[in-house]
Design a protein around this ligand. Structure first.
Ligand code: SD4
Length: 332
């Protein structure tokens, strides 16, 4: 199984090193403040290395003055449809019963929201979430109800469990030990947040969740306020990592509220992570077993990212290009 740190060594460092901002200065992931009076837009950020191809798809829409909502949907559909991405959509690792169950949510600049959880057999849960948002009086559909709704919307029933995922799951069954590994690619989510040329924000988040979870387990990714939050007056945030910890602090809502109080996106991500750290200690749990990462964007186009453990990266596409950046982290 590929180790993310090795991957970063071979592919990501170069892109971080050459990242220049719009003003010709080296990008600093600690502070990404833009000069007073400027707004960096359009811009799109997404979690992990699969954010690079996802951002490409989003940028096609953003650069043509398209809507951020369309961009984030198109963007996250890329890893959803890629069987080689083993933690999102088609090809995602199954739950402990061998069932691929998907979680996704979407939020636009008007605070319209839609979400699906524990959805099976549908390759693009994000588009089902968008249909929940636009075509139903509800905000969240789960399980069989979400599946039936997807079929009504024209999605096809497909087998999402690839041979590789099935083989690994059968091997896992021999121990049946549920212990999600930190930064090993068995549970990564794509969260994407974008600001379009009109200055409007949207976000999308989609995942197959933690590998070998209990059937029916839902993480933070389809929960508005936990795995994703957008406030068009303030900013947007999305999360990856152990969903239970993100839900515990209503993570992305917290990040956006901290930005509302005047914090930079970077400081807001740091404070949210610090809150998880504090609660982990208070609950006598081992911090080394937990990874959570946030990325955030404000209305000026400033961004931030922070996580508990080394190894979380994210992709940023703006006028300076599409770059993979390493997030700063707590456990040094
Ligand atoms: C979940 N947050 O289901 C997702 C998984 C993830 O890196 O993002 N892992 O809890």
């Amino acid at each position: 199984m590929a180790n993310r740190r090795n991957f970063i060594k071979t592919t990501a460092i170069a892109s971080v090193a050459v990242a220049l901002n719009a003003f010709g200065k080296k990008e600093d992931t600690e502070t990404t403040l833009v000069p007073k009076g400027t707004i960096r837009k359009p811009i799109v950020l997404s979690t992990w290395r699969f954010g690079i191809p996802a951002n490409e798809a989003a940028w096609e829409i953003l650069k043509n003055k398209g809507r951020a909502l369309d961009a984030v949907e198109a963007g996250v559909r890329v890893p959803e449809g890629d069987p080689n991405e083993r933690s999102v959509g088609y090809g995602g690792r199954p739950d402990r019963d061998g069932r691929v169950t998907l979680d996704a949510c979407i939020m636009d600049e008007y605070s319209n929201i839609g979400s699906v959880a524990c959805l099976e057999h549908i390759k693009h849960p994000i588009s089902v979430a968008r249909a929940v948002m636009e075509k139903t009086p509800h905000v969240m559909l789960v399980g069989e109800g979400a599946f039936q709704f997807a079929l009504l919307q024209g999605h096809e029933k497909e087998n999402l469990l690839t041979e590789t995922s099935e083989k690994e799951w059968r091997e896992w069954l021999e121990s049946s030990n549920y212990k999600p590994l930190v930064n090993i690619e068995n549970h990564d989510t794509i969260g994407m947040i974008a600001m379009d040329a009109n200055g409007n924000l949207s976000g999308a988040c989609t995942t197959s969740g933690m590998a070998y979870k209990m059937h029916g387990r839902v993480g933070d990714s389809p929960i508005i306020g936990a795995g994703l939050y957008v406030d068009n007056e303030i900013g947007a945030a999305t999360a990856t990592g152990h969903g239970e910890e993100v839900i515990r602090i209503a993570g992305c809502h917290l990040v956006v509220e901290l930005m509302r109080q005047g914090k930079s996106p970077q400081k807001a991500c740091e404070e949210a992570v610090n809150r998880i750290i504090k609660l982990t200690k208070y609950r006598n749990k081992n911090l080394n077993d937990i990874q959570v990462g946030f990325i955030a964007l404000n209305k000026k186009g400033e961004h931030g990212a922070y996580c508990i453990q080394k190894g979380f990266n994210y992709a940023k596409y703006d006028e300076t290009g599409n770059n993979l950046l390493d997030a700063n982290y707590f456990l040094k």
